[in-house]
Design a protein around this ligand. Structure first.
Ligand code: Z5A
Length: 208
């Protein structure tokens, strides 16, 4: 397991169910990181973050049939490009990287949600030398809250899954938190926007 760099966590991922509110908080997180790191902050996302990654994102989210293993390999294809072209160069320049979803999403959605299991994801991560984040903010909400926030929005291929799928995804995230508690901060994201913002501030102040 990677240890936190001496200048504090610089590779930060945001995770949670769709509708958990992580993207709503991202500007606040970036502002905070900018104050702490004069070398700058790169904001990015997965799947995506590069031209080819955004094209793969489109394939992943558009409707149609994809075998779960195909879905997994497309996510890793986008991830490798993202790490090589965006994440690793930014970290090498001393910047902070804030990534809206990363590797834990794969364990939660593909490992638990699709039932592919963790060993396959462990193996691909090791084979492809996928670096773990230094710090992960997990925006935890009950599935009913996440689905309620999304109501009325058109659903992409993954969002169109049923409640049981998202319950497995949430369990998948919680399993990751239990396995690596030192890397995660769990934010109770069912609270009001103001309360979630305060919890984010407290988490960042304690860790950065
Ligand atoms: N995916 C995967 O399967 N495997 C992987 O390895 C990776 C990803 C990396 C795209 O992710 C999909 O990729 C995702 C998992 C899969 N699919 N699903 N489901 P994404 O992160 O790009 O897409 P998203 O999850 O759909 O992001 P989002 O739409 O930006 O959702 P969010 O960031 O969790 O929530 P939000 O946009 O900040 O908030 C949602 C709504 O709630 C919005 O109207 C807010 O105003 C409202 N909100 C936010 N916070 C609150 C509070 N506290 N109270 C009340 N209302 C709130």
């Amino acid at each position: 397991m990677k240890s936190t760099p001496p200048d504090g966590p610089r590779f930060i991922s945001l995770e949670g169910l769709d509708g958990s509110g992580k993207t709503t908080q991202i500007d606040r997180i970036v502002d905070f990181c900018e104050q702490r790191n004069p070398r700058g902050v790169v904001v990015t996302r997965e799947p995506g973050g590069t031209e080819v990654g955004e094209r793969i994102r489109h394939i992943l989210l558009e409707h149609g049939s994809l075998h779960p293993q195909t879905e997994l390999l497309l996510l890793f294809a986008a991830r490798v490009q993202h790490i090589k072209a965006v994440v690793a160069p930014a970290l090498a320049l001393g910047k902070t990287v804030v990534c809206d979803r990363y590797l834990d999403a794969t364990y939660a959605y593909q490992g638990h949600g699709r039932g592919l299991g963790a060993p396959l994801i462990d193996g691909l991560s090791e084979l492809l030398a996928v670096p773990p984040p230094d710090l992960t903010l997990f925006f935890d909400v009950p599935v009913s809250v996440a689905l309620g926030r999304r109501a009325g929005r058109s659903a992409d291929r993954i969002e169109a899954e049923g409640e049981a799928f998202f319950e497995r995804v949430r369990e998948g995230y919680q399993t990751r938190v239990r396995a690596q508690p030192e890397r995660f901060v769990v934010i109770s994201a069912a609270k009001s926007l103001a309360e979630v913002a305060l919890a984010v501030d407290a988490a960042l102040a304690a860790r950065l």
